[in-house]
Structure formats: structure tokens, C-alpha cells
Design a protein around this ligand. Structure first.
Ligand code: GLC
Length: 452
């Protein structure tokens, strides 16, 4: 247990920081590097803020839905009026699309589908008199979002959603995506640029490297390829169905689908609370996802992987995403035991400051390399939740305490060295602060509340 005095200070500091990053009804991830609203960031922020100000947390989620497209899509970014950004609003030009909101600029791709999970947690924290009406207000919007995911992104009715860009999975530069991005056929100008090292030119257009050392961000090369991929998707109006298979990178992403399975369960629980049944077709999609997640399991290595949606091959690069299916409760006991053993290996996923986004003994591991190694608080929080699904409460508790100590030591950084605990990336990062508040409050080792 931490000393109560310490807890109080950390919590107070987190609240002050979240107040500073507040932008009216929503909260930006970081004032300098991320001045807009991001989808899964706001979900994590709402989960933490609900611990002390549930009305603000409800507003955070409502603010996300003001950007919902007429087809149900929730964009991964909602641009702030007047906030400076170099180029990124221009990549999307969302208002060109008739289904996009008229009064806001948004991105045209999505991000991990956590709103149903966050909505349930926020609802639980609201006074009883507001709970049902909040859920009733969000329910049709959540239904529209999950329906869009299946209608537009599960073209073969396999139960797995296909992503068209790594920004959608939230773990932007994770090695599984970068592996395929590096094999993507490039336009002639990019091949030339790569040959002459001109990828560095892109740095002049980047916002992040004005504030953060280059070594801690996506490399120029990865950055340029991600930009090329976004431009290609734009040519096809960000429509999976229209995207050519040979020049796109299409992935049935493990992290996204695992989080979708957990979110589907939250949506089922909301529908029960409201006594409003889910449409039968959607229920069938949910069941298919539960079965299909198992197709991402690789028995010999005892890990889950993302799958190339074009070739059907698993992308066997080890990443932290392997633990996320535990959150949905779908893996069998035997699978869970193997994953829990894998998690505790000191030379892999359990170094001094667990849990690295890539195991430290993998060739792809980079200590400061964005999603290629560092420890992220949203992943630790999710894994601690996931462990409770399987009653691994003692390990969940160890992870909770280690995570709190890490932030106490290094501050509310965006990510951390799993070896030394040094903080990297943006300094005052909102989900780090919000989830610390939630971790401080969740010292009651009751198993998950997301069970059906
Ligand atoms: C980075 C992260 C992404 C996050 C965003 C805003 O792009 O990779 O997951 O949502 O920053 O914090």
C-alpha cells in the first residue's frame, strides 16, 4: 500500500493537470503536442474524471458524439477551433464528405471503440437520477457506431473489423503495422526521397518534433509512410470497400478487435440496464467476433497476433496487444495461463517498469521508440483490468502499484522507459493523469464489472 499522504498528492496533481488541459466540455491530451480531442484519449480521461466529477466525465463523452458522422462513424480526432496545427487538418478535409458534421472538422478514420466501456463507468458514477437518462441518450449513438464498424469494416462478415490505417489502432507505430508498411509499394517520389534521405524534410512539417526529441517519436521514415497511406486512403474516400488490395495496408488489428469485444459486452450490459434489446443482427456480429478472435491465436507461441486482412496471414511480431483479449474474457483458462506466464517474464514483458509495448528481448524493441518499446499507462491500466477478468488479482495489484510508482517517480509523461522509468514524449499527458486517479481509487480487488 502507498502512504495515504502520497496518494493524495499524486491525485491532487493529476486533477490540477487535467484542469489545465480542459478545453470547455472536453480535454486535450496535451496542450503543446495534442491540442485537439482524440477518441480513445477522451474515453480514458472520462474514466478517470468520473471518479471525482462524473458530470464533467459525461460531458467529455458527449463532446465526442458531437463529431459522430451521419453513418455512425466516430472519428479519431475532432479538431479544436483556432488551435494551431501544421497540416493535419488538411490531410482530412472532412467537410468534403456529406456524411461528416457541418460545424466541425474531424479526421476520417476511427480509433479503438472504447465509448461503450467509458459510458458504463461514467453512468455508474453519476447520481441515480441521471444514470438512466445519460445511458438512454448515448445508447442509439453507441448502437450506430458499433453497427458502422460491422457494416463498413467487416466486409466478409468474419466478425473481425479491418483497419485501414495504423492511427486507427491507437498504437500508431507498433511493429506489426510498421512491418507491413515497410513492404508497401511506394510512389516513385517517395523511393527517391528515401534514397536521398529526404524523409528528414517531413520533420519541418511535423508538430510533435518541435517539442519532443526526435528519437522518442515515430521515425521520419515511418511518419512518411503513414502519410502516404493516409493520402492513398483519401483517394478512395476512406472507404475500405474501394481501397485497392495491392497498394493498401489492411489489417485485422488485434488491439482494436480485442477492445471491440470488451466494448460489445459493455453495450450488451447497457442494453440490459435500459431494457432495450440490441438488434438481432448486431448480436450475431458480437457472437462472431468472440469466435473470430480465436483465429488470431497462435498455439505454438501461445500469443495472439494481428492478421493481414488481404493474405489472411498472422503477423507474428510480439507486441503488448497479445494481452488485450483477456479484457473481453474470451480466452480459455489455458490460454490465459500462458499469457499470464508470458507477461511475467523479466527478460520480456516484465522488466523494471512493466509493461513495455514490445518485449525487451524482441529485435523490434526500442527503449524510447514510441509504441516500439516504452511503457504506456493506458496499456497498464487495461492489462490490470484484464487480469481481474481471470481473477489474477494479485498480479493486477502488483501492476497497479508499479504503475503508480512509475508516475510518482517520473511525472505525468506520455510514455516511459521500461528499463529506467524515465518519462518520454509529452509532459502533461491527460490519460496518464486520469488513469492514475482511477488506479488510486481501484484498490478494491473485486473482479471485473464488465461480465455479462
Ligand atoms: C498519439 C497516440 C494515440 C493518441 C494520440 C493523442 O497519436 O499514438 O494513441 O490517441 O497520440 O494522445
Amino acid at each position: 500500500m502507498m502512504a495515504p499522504q502520497l496518494e493524495k498528492t499524486l491525485e491532487e496533481r493529476a486533477r490540477v493537470m487535467l484542469e489545465r488541459n480542459r478545453r470547455g466540455s472536453w480535454t486535450c491530451p496535451s496542450i503543446t503536442v495534442y491540442p485537439h480531442q482524440w477518441l480513445w484519449d477522451s474515453c480514458f480521461i472520462a474514466i478517470g474524471v468520473a471518479r471525482y466529477d462524473p458530470q464533467r466525465a459525461a460531458g467529455e463523452l458527449r463532446a465526442l458524439f458531437r463529431a459522430q458522422w451521419a453513418n455512425g462513424m466516430l472519428p479519431h480526432m475532432v479538431f479544436a477551433d483556432g488551435a494551431k496545427d501544421i497540416g493535419s487538418r488538411r490531410i482530412w478535409q472532412s467537410k468534403k464528405y456529406p456524411l461528416a458534421p457541418r460545424d466541425l472538422d474531424t479526421s476520417c478514420v476511427t480509433q479503438p471503440p472504447l465509448p461503450a466501456i467509458a459510458a458504463r463507468r461514467v453512468a455508474r458514477a453519476l447520481p441515480a437520477s441521471d444514470r438512466q437518462s445519460f445511458l438512454a441518450e448515448l445508447f442509439p449513438k453507441l448502437l450506430a457506431y458499433h453497427t458502422w464498424l460491422y457494416d463498413e469494416r467487416d466486409l466478409h462478415n468474419s466478425g473481425l473489423v479491418t483497419l485501414i490505417h495504423p492511427w486507427e489502432c491507437g498504437l500508431d507505430t507498433t511493429p506489426s503495422w510498421m512491418h507491413l508498411l515497410r513492404r508497401m509499394p511506394l510512389p516513385w517520389w517517395l523511393r527517391t526521397a528515401a534514397r536521398f534521405g529526404l524523409a528528414r524534410v517531413v520533420r519541418l512539417l511535423r508538430n510533435d518534433t518541435r517539442y519532443i526529441p526526435v528519437a522518442e517519436r515515430a521515425s521520419d521514415d515511418d511518419g512518411l509512410r503513414m502519410l502516404v497511406l493516409a493520402t492513398r486512403a483519401k483517394k478512395h474516400h476512406f472507404q475500405l470497400e474501394q481501397m485497392p488490395r495491392h497498394s493498401s495496408v489492411l489489417i485485422e488489428d488485434l488491439a482494436f478487435n480485442a477492445m471491440l469485444a470488451a466494448a460489445n459486452r459493455s453495450l450488451e450490459l447497457i442494453s440490459r440496464d435500459l431494457e432495450r434489446p440490441l438488434p438481432t443482427e448486431l448480436q450475431e456480429h458480437f457472437r462472431r467476433t468472440e469466435v473470430a478472435l480465436e483465429h488470431l491465436w497462435d498455439e505454438p507461441s501461445g500469443q495472439y497476433y494481428s492478421r493481414n486482412a488481404v493474405t489472411g496471414e498472422l503477423i507474428k511480431v510480439p507486441t503488448i496487444a497479445t494481452f488485450l483479449p483477456l479484457w473481453s474474457g474470451i480466452p480459455t483458462r489455458a490460454q490465459a495461463e500462458r499469457l499470464i506466464e508470458l507477461l511475467q517474464k523479466p527478460t520480456g514483458f516484465w522488466p523494471h517498469h512493466p509493461v513495455p509495448s514490445v518485449p525487451i528481448d524482441a529485435p523490434e524493441f526500442r527503449e524510447a521508440g514510441y509504441w516500439k518499446g516504452p511503457t504506456w499507462i493506458n496499456m497498464n491500466w487495461t492489462i490490470a483490468e484484464a487480469l481481474r477478468e481471470y481473477e489474477a488479482v494479485e498480479l493486477a495489484e502488483r501492476l497497479r502499484l508499479r504503475t503508480l510508482r512509475l508516475v510518482e517517480h517520473a511525472g505525468f509523461s506520455e510514455y516511459f522507459s521500461p528499463l529506467t522509468g524515465d518519462g518520454y514524449g509529452a509532459n502533461d499527458f491527460s490519460w496518464t493523469a486520469a488513469l492514475v486517479i482511477d488506479l488510486l481509487a481501484s484498490d478494491d480487488p473485486t473482479p471485473s464489472a464488465n461480465r455479462l
